[in-house]
Design a protein around this ligand. Sequence first.
Ligand code: ADP
Ligand code: MG
Length: 350
Amino acid sequence: MTLALPRSVDAADVDGKIVLVRSDLNVPLEDGRVADDTRIRSSLPTLRLLLERGAAEVRVCSHLGRPKGRDERYAIAPVRGRLGELLADSRLQVLENTRFDERETKNDPSFARELADGCDLYVNDAFGSAHRAHASTEGVAHLLPAYAGLLLLDELRNLGTLLGAVDRPFVLVSGGAKVEDKVGVLESLGSRADAVLIGGKMAAELAAQPLLEGVPLVLPTDVVAASAFDADAETRVVSADAVPEGWLGLDIGPRSREDFAREIAGARTVFWNGPMGVFEWPRFAEGTLAVAHAVAACDGFTVVGGGDSVRAVQEAGVAERISWISTGGGASLELLEGRELPGVAAIPAE
Ligand code: ADP
Ligand code: MG
Protein backbone atom coordinates (compact mmCIF):
# COMPACT_ATOMS: atom_id res chain seq x y z
CA MET A 1 0.00 0.00 0.00
CA THR A 2 1.28 3.47 -0.81
CA LEU A 3 -0.17 6.60 0.62
CA ALA A 4 -1.59 9.27 -1.71
CA LEU A 5 0.03 12.52 -0.66
CA PRO A 6 -1.84 15.83 -0.55
CA ARG A 7 -0.40 18.69 -2.63
CA SER A 8 2.47 20.57 -1.05
CA VAL A 9 2.67 24.20 0.03
CA ASP A 10 5.93 24.12 -1.91
CA ALA A 11 3.87 24.24 -5.12
CA ALA A 12 1.62 27.15 -4.04
CA ASP A 13 2.00 30.70 -5.30
CA VAL A 14 1.91 32.67 -2.07
CA ASP A 15 3.47 35.96 -3.18
CA GLY A 16 1.38 38.84 -1.83
CA LYS A 17 -1.21 36.42 -0.41
CA ILE A 18 -2.82 36.21 3.00
CA VAL A 19 -2.29 32.64 4.15
CA LEU A 20 -4.18 30.88 6.92
CA VAL A 21 -1.98 28.18 8.47
CA ARG A 22 -3.25 25.49 10.84
CA SER A 23 -0.20 24.46 12.86
CA ASP A 24 -0.02 22.08 15.79
CA LEU A 25 1.10 24.42 18.57
CA ASN A 26 -0.53 22.32 21.27
CA VAL A 27 2.46 22.39 23.64
CA PRO A 28 2.61 21.53 27.35
CA LEU A 29 2.37 24.57 29.64
CA GLU A 30 3.78 24.99 33.14
CA ASP A 31 2.91 28.03 35.26
CA GLY A 32 1.64 29.81 32.17
CA ARG A 33 4.89 29.21 30.24
CA VAL A 34 5.74 26.88 27.37
CA ALA A 35 7.33 23.82 29.01
CA ASP A 36 8.47 22.15 25.77
CA ASP A 37 8.60 24.03 22.47
CA THR A 38 9.25 21.03 20.20
CA ARG A 39 5.96 21.44 18.35
CA ILE A 40 6.52 25.17 17.87
CA ARG A 41 9.97 24.48 16.39
CA SER A 42 8.57 21.73 14.17
CA SER A 43 6.11 24.18 12.64
CA LEU A 44 8.80 26.76 11.69
CA PRO A 45 9.89 25.39 8.27
CA THR A 46 6.43 25.93 6.74
CA LEU A 47 6.08 29.40 8.26
CA ARG A 48 9.57 30.39 7.06
CA LEU A 49 8.83 29.13 3.57
CA LEU A 50 5.68 31.24 3.36
CA LEU A 51 7.45 34.36 4.61
CA GLU A 52 10.45 33.84 2.31
CA ARG A 53 8.16 33.42 -0.68
CA GLY A 54 6.57 36.77 -0.08
CA ALA A 55 3.29 36.06 1.73
CA ALA A 56 1.67 39.36 2.73
CA GLU A 57 0.40 37.87 5.98
CA VAL A 58 0.74 34.47 7.64
CA ARG A 59 -2.16 33.93 10.01
CA VAL A 60 -1.41 30.94 12.23
CA CYS A 61 -4.03 29.13 14.27
CA SER A 62 -3.96 26.12 16.61
CA HIS A 63 -5.77 24.60 19.52
CA LEU A 64 -4.05 24.49 22.91
CA GLY A 65 -5.14 22.00 25.55
CA ARG A 66 -8.75 20.93 25.87
CA PRO A 67 -10.72 23.98 27.03
CA LYS A 68 -14.47 23.82 26.63
CA GLY A 69 -14.94 27.37 25.41
CA ARG A 70 -13.00 30.42 26.60
CA ASP A 71 -10.63 29.61 29.46
CA GLU A 72 -7.69 31.94 30.18
CA ARG A 73 -5.49 29.08 31.41
CA TYR A 74 -5.27 28.00 27.78
CA ALA A 75 -4.78 31.42 26.21
CA ILE A 76 -2.44 31.26 23.21
CA ALA A 77 -0.33 34.22 24.48
CA PRO A 78 2.67 32.20 25.78
CA VAL A 79 2.78 30.22 22.53
CA ARG A 80 2.57 33.43 20.50
CA GLY A 81 5.41 34.83 22.61
CA ARG A 82 7.65 31.80 22.06
CA LEU A 83 6.91 31.68 18.33
CA GLY A 84 7.74 35.39 18.10
CA GLU A 85 11.13 34.71 19.73
CA LEU A 86 11.90 31.92 17.28
CA LEU A 87 10.60 33.71 14.19
CA ALA A 88 10.26 37.48 14.42
CA ASP A 89 8.33 38.90 11.46
CA SER A 90 5.65 41.56 11.50
CA ARG A 91 3.67 39.59 8.88
CA LEU A 92 3.21 36.69 11.32
CA GLN A 93 -0.05 36.70 13.32
CA VAL A 94 -1.21 34.07 15.81
CA LEU A 95 -4.96 33.73 16.33
CA GLU A 96 -6.46 32.87 19.73
CA ASN A 97 -6.85 29.17 20.72
CA THR A 98 -9.31 27.70 18.22
CA ARG A 99 -11.04 25.70 20.98
CA PHE A 100 -12.09 28.90 22.74
CA ASP A 101 -14.87 28.76 20.16
CA GLU A 102 -17.11 25.77 20.73
CA ARG A 103 -17.91 25.63 17.04
CA GLU A 104 -14.33 24.41 16.36
CA THR A 105 -14.74 20.80 17.48
CA LYS A 106 -18.23 20.64 15.94
CA ASN A 107 -16.70 21.52 12.56
CA ASP A 108 -19.32 24.25 12.33
CA PRO A 109 -19.22 25.85 8.85
CA SER A 110 -19.88 29.30 10.29
CA PHE A 111 -16.63 29.10 12.29
CA ALA A 112 -14.73 27.78 9.27
CA ARG A 113 -16.05 30.77 7.29
CA GLU A 114 -14.83 33.17 9.97
CA LEU A 115 -11.36 31.60 9.88
CA ALA A 116 -11.25 31.75 6.08
CA ASP A 117 -12.52 35.33 5.95
CA GLY A 118 -10.01 37.63 4.27
CA CYS A 119 -7.56 34.80 3.47
CA ASP A 120 -6.43 33.66 0.00
CA LEU A 121 -4.98 30.23 0.85
CA TYR A 122 -5.06 27.58 3.54
CA VAL A 123 -2.12 25.45 4.61
CA ASN A 124 -2.60 22.55 7.01
CA ASP A 125 0.61 21.61 8.83
CA ALA A 126 -1.04 20.19 11.96
CA PHE A 127 -0.36 16.48 11.66
CA GLY A 128 -1.15 15.94 15.36
CA SER A 129 -4.72 17.15 14.75
CA ALA A 130 -5.25 15.67 11.28
CA HIS A 131 -7.33 12.78 12.65
CA ARG A 132 -9.94 15.26 13.86
CA ALA A 133 -12.52 16.77 11.52
CA HIS A 134 -12.68 20.20 13.13
CA ALA A 135 -13.39 23.60 11.58
CA SER A 136 -9.71 24.63 11.51
CA THR A 137 -8.41 21.23 10.35
CA GLU A 138 -11.09 20.11 7.91
CA GLY A 139 -13.98 22.53 7.36
CA VAL A 140 -11.84 25.44 6.24
CA ALA A 141 -10.00 23.29 3.66
CA HIS A 142 -13.21 23.30 1.61
CA LEU A 143 -13.45 27.10 1.60
CA LEU A 144 -9.97 28.10 0.39
CA PRO A 145 -7.41 26.55 -1.98
CA ALA A 146 -5.83 24.04 0.43
CA TYR A 147 -2.25 22.78 0.65
CA ALA A 148 -0.27 20.51 2.98
CA GLY A 149 2.53 21.99 5.08
CA LEU A 150 6.07 20.58 5.15
CA LEU A 151 5.76 18.88 8.55
CA LEU A 152 2.46 17.24 7.63
CA LEU A 153 4.06 15.88 4.46
CA ASP A 154 7.18 14.64 6.29
CA GLU A 155 4.97 12.79 8.76
CA LEU A 156 2.96 11.19 5.96
CA ARG A 157 6.10 10.15 4.05
CA ASN A 158 7.88 8.66 7.07
CA LEU A 159 4.90 6.93 8.65
CA GLY A 160 3.71 5.96 5.18
CA THR A 161 6.98 4.05 4.68
CA LEU A 162 5.78 1.65 7.39
CA LEU A 163 2.63 0.93 5.37
CA GLY A 164 4.60 -0.02 2.27
CA ALA A 165 7.11 -2.78 1.49
CA VAL A 166 9.45 -2.34 4.46
CA ASP A 167 13.00 -3.69 4.85
CA ARG A 168 12.99 -6.81 7.01
CA PRO A 169 13.12 -7.84 9.73
CA PHE A 170 10.30 -5.45 10.68
CA VAL A 171 9.96 -5.18 14.45
CA LEU A 172 7.07 -3.49 16.20
CA VAL A 173 7.42 -2.46 19.85
CA SER A 174 4.24 -1.62 21.71
CA GLY A 175 3.51 -0.74 25.32
CA GLY A 176 2.09 2.04 27.44
CA ALA A 177 -1.26 2.34 29.11
CA LYS A 178 -3.78 3.24 26.39
CA VAL A 179 -4.24 -0.34 25.27
CA GLU A 180 -7.53 0.12 23.41
CA ASP A 181 -5.97 2.88 21.26
CA LYS A 182 -3.13 0.60 20.19
CA VAL A 183 -4.79 -2.68 19.41
CA GLY A 184 -5.82 -1.38 15.97
CA VAL A 185 -2.20 -0.82 14.97
CA LEU A 186 -1.20 -4.24 16.28
CA GLU A 187 -3.91 -5.74 14.10
CA SER A 188 -2.98 -3.83 10.95
CA LEU A 189 0.82 -3.65 11.17
CA GLY A 190 1.34 -6.60 13.50
CA SER A 191 0.44 -9.26 10.97
CA ARG A 192 3.05 -7.79 8.59
CA ALA A 193 5.77 -7.63 11.26
CA ASP A 194 8.40 -10.27 11.97
CA ALA A 195 8.16 -9.70 15.72
CA VAL A 196 5.84 -7.65 17.92
CA LEU A 197 7.49 -6.92 21.27
CA ILE A 198 4.98 -6.10 23.99
CA GLY A 199 5.60 -4.27 27.27
CA GLY A 200 3.76 -1.91 29.59
CA LYS A 201 0.26 -2.49 30.80
CA MET A 202 -0.48 -4.03 27.43
CA ALA A 203 1.67 -7.08 28.26
CA ALA A 204 -0.55 -8.22 31.11
CA GLU A 205 -3.74 -7.57 29.13
CA LEU A 206 -2.60 -9.47 26.05
CA ALA A 207 -1.31 -12.37 28.16
CA ALA A 208 -4.77 -12.60 29.76
CA GLN A 209 -6.64 -12.59 26.46
CA PRO A 210 -4.52 -13.42 23.41
CA LEU A 211 -6.92 -11.84 20.92
CA LEU A 212 -4.53 -11.08 18.10
CA GLU A 213 -4.45 -13.86 15.55
CA GLY A 214 -1.59 -14.03 13.10
CA VAL A 215 0.48 -11.50 15.03
CA PRO A 216 3.99 -12.69 16.06
CA LEU A 217 3.64 -11.49 19.65
CA VAL A 218 6.66 -11.61 21.95
CA LEU A 219 5.55 -11.13 25.54
CA PRO A 220 8.00 -10.39 28.37
CA THR A 221 9.24 -13.50 30.17
CA ASP A 222 10.09 -11.60 33.35
CA VAL A 223 8.72 -8.46 34.95
CA VAL A 224 9.52 -6.03 37.75
CA ALA A 225 6.56 -6.60 40.04
CA ALA A 226 5.51 -4.04 42.64
CA SER A 227 3.38 -4.50 45.75
CA ALA A 228 1.39 -1.37 44.84
CA PHE A 229 1.15 1.31 42.17
CA ASP A 230 3.63 3.51 43.98
CA ALA A 231 7.10 4.89 43.22
CA ASP A 232 8.40 3.47 46.51
CA ALA A 233 6.56 0.13 46.53
CA GLU A 234 8.33 -3.10 47.42
CA THR A 235 9.60 -4.69 44.18
CA ARG A 236 10.67 -8.13 42.97
CA VAL A 237 11.85 -9.42 39.61
CA VAL A 238 9.67 -12.44 38.86
CA SER A 239 8.77 -14.65 35.95
CA ALA A 240 5.91 -13.04 34.00
CA ASP A 241 3.50 -15.83 34.99
CA ALA A 242 4.41 -15.61 38.69
CA VAL A 243 3.39 -12.10 39.68
CA PRO A 244 2.25 -12.41 43.34
CA GLU A 245 -1.49 -12.05 43.96
CA GLY A 246 -2.43 -8.35 44.17
CA TRP A 247 0.96 -7.17 42.84
CA LEU A 248 1.43 -5.30 39.56
CA GLY A 249 3.97 -5.69 36.78
CA LEU A 250 5.33 -2.16 36.36
CA ASP A 251 8.30 -2.82 34.04
CA ILE A 252 9.73 -5.58 31.89
CA GLY A 253 12.47 -7.58 33.63
CA PRO A 254 16.20 -7.80 32.83
CA ARG A 255 15.93 -10.96 30.69
CA SER A 256 13.14 -9.45 28.58
CA ARG A 257 15.15 -6.25 28.18
CA GLU A 258 18.00 -8.27 26.69
CA ASP A 259 15.69 -10.30 24.46
CA PHE A 260 13.93 -7.17 23.19
CA ALA A 261 17.23 -5.33 22.63
CA ARG A 262 18.56 -8.28 20.60
CA GLU A 263 15.45 -8.35 18.37
CA ILE A 264 15.68 -4.59 17.82
CA ALA A 265 19.42 -4.75 17.06
CA GLY A 266 18.75 -7.19 14.22
CA ALA A 267 15.84 -5.23 12.73
CA ARG A 268 15.92 -3.22 9.47
CA THR A 269 12.66 -1.40 10.29
CA VAL A 270 11.32 -0.53 13.76
CA PHE A 271 8.15 1.21 14.94
CA TRP A 272 7.93 1.89 18.67
CA ASN A 273 4.86 3.23 20.45
CA GLY A 274 4.28 3.01 24.19
CA PRO A 275 6.78 2.76 27.08
CA MET A 276 7.73 -0.62 28.57
CA GLY A 277 6.94 0.43 32.13
CA VAL A 278 6.07 3.29 34.43
CA PHE A 279 9.20 5.12 33.30
CA GLU A 280 8.26 8.32 35.16
CA TRP A 281 9.49 6.47 38.29
CA PRO A 282 13.21 5.66 37.93
CA ARG A 283 12.85 2.18 39.45
CA PHE A 284 10.49 1.19 36.63
CA ALA A 285 12.30 3.01 33.82
CA GLU A 286 14.96 0.43 32.91
CA GLY A 287 12.89 -1.42 30.32
CA THR A 288 11.91 1.76 28.50
CA LEU A 289 15.50 3.05 28.57
CA ALA A 290 16.81 -0.27 27.25
CA VAL A 291 14.37 -0.10 24.33
CA ALA A 292 15.21 3.58 23.68
CA HIS A 293 18.93 2.78 23.49
CA ALA A 294 18.35 -0.30 21.36
CA VAL A 295 16.18 1.62 18.86
CA ALA A 296 18.81 4.39 18.74
CA ALA A 297 21.60 1.87 18.09
CA CYS A 298 19.66 0.05 15.36
CA ASP A 299 20.92 1.15 11.95
CA GLY A 300 17.69 0.36 10.13
CA PHE A 301 14.77 2.80 9.62
CA THR A 302 13.38 3.62 13.07
CA VAL A 303 10.20 5.49 13.97
CA VAL A 304 8.92 6.46 17.42
CA GLY A 305 5.39 7.80 18.00
CA GLY A 306 3.27 8.64 21.05
CA GLY A 307 3.68 11.53 23.48
CA ASP A 308 5.13 9.50 26.35
CA SER A 309 7.38 7.33 24.18
CA VAL A 310 8.82 10.45 22.54
CA ARG A 311 9.44 11.96 25.97
CA ALA A 312 11.24 8.78 27.04
CA VAL A 313 13.46 8.96 23.94
CA GLN A 314 14.28 12.58 24.74
CA GLU A 315 15.00 11.79 28.40
CA ALA A 316 17.31 8.97 27.28
CA GLY A 317 19.16 11.57 25.19
CA VAL A 318 18.94 9.55 21.97
CA ALA A 319 16.36 11.52 19.95
CA GLU A 320 18.80 12.53 17.20
CA ARG A 321 19.63 8.88 16.53
CA ILE A 322 16.03 7.95 15.64
CA SER A 323 15.12 8.17 11.93
CA TRP A 324 11.74 9.81 12.56
CA ILE A 325 10.04 11.04 15.72
CA SER A 326 6.37 11.63 15.08
CA THR A 327 4.77 14.76 16.52
CA GLY A 328 1.36 13.13 16.40
CA GLY A 329 0.12 10.56 18.91
CA GLY A 330 -3.43 9.63 17.98
CA ALA A 331 -2.97 10.75 14.38
CA SER A 332 0.03 8.48 13.83
CA LEU A 333 -1.85 5.49 15.23
CA GLU A 334 -4.91 6.14 13.07
CA LEU A 335 -2.76 6.53 9.98
CA LEU A 336 -0.94 3.27 10.70
CA GLU A 337 -4.26 1.53 11.25
CA GLY A 338 -4.89 2.38 7.62
CA ARG A 339 -7.58 4.94 8.40
CA GLU A 340 -8.08 8.09 6.37
CA LEU A 341 -7.21 11.29 8.24
CA PRO A 342 -9.95 13.89 7.63
CA GLY A 343 -7.48 16.80 7.74
CA VAL A 344 -5.43 15.17 4.99
CA ALA A 345 -8.35 13.92 2.89
CA ALA A 346 -9.73 17.47 2.63
CA ILE A 347 -6.62 18.66 0.74
CA PRO A 348 -6.50 17.95 -3.01
CA ALA A 349 -3.97 15.25 -3.98
CA GLU A 350 -0.61 16.08 -5.55
P1 ADP B 1 2.26 6.95 24.45
O1 ADP B 1 1.98 8.34 24.96
O2 ADP B 1 3.72 6.77 24.13
O3 ADP B 1 1.36 6.56 23.33
P2 ADP B 1 0.64 5.77 26.53
O4 ADP B 1 0.04 7.11 26.76
O5 ADP B 1 -0.22 4.70 26.00
O6 ADP B 1 1.97 5.92 25.64
O7 ADP B 1 1.23 5.19 27.88
C1 ADP B 1 2.16 5.88 28.65
C2 ADP B 1 1.93 5.61 30.11
O8 ADP B 1 1.89 4.22 30.34
C3 ADP B 1 3.04 6.13 31.00
O9 ADP B 1 2.51 7.16 31.79
C4 ADP B 1 3.45 4.93 31.83
O10 ADP B 1 3.63 5.23 33.19
C5 ADP B 1 2.29 3.99 31.67
N1 ADP B 1 2.65 2.58 31.85
C6 ADP B 1 3.62 1.91 31.22
N2 ADP B 1 3.69 0.63 31.65
C7 ADP B 1 2.73 0.48 32.59
C8 ADP B 1 2.31 -0.60 33.41
N3 ADP B 1 2.90 -1.79 33.33
N4 ADP B 1 1.29 -0.39 34.26
C9 ADP B 1 0.70 0.83 34.33
N5 ADP B 1 1.06 1.89 33.59
C10 ADP B 1 2.06 1.73 32.72
MG1 MG C 1 0.50 9.07 26.28
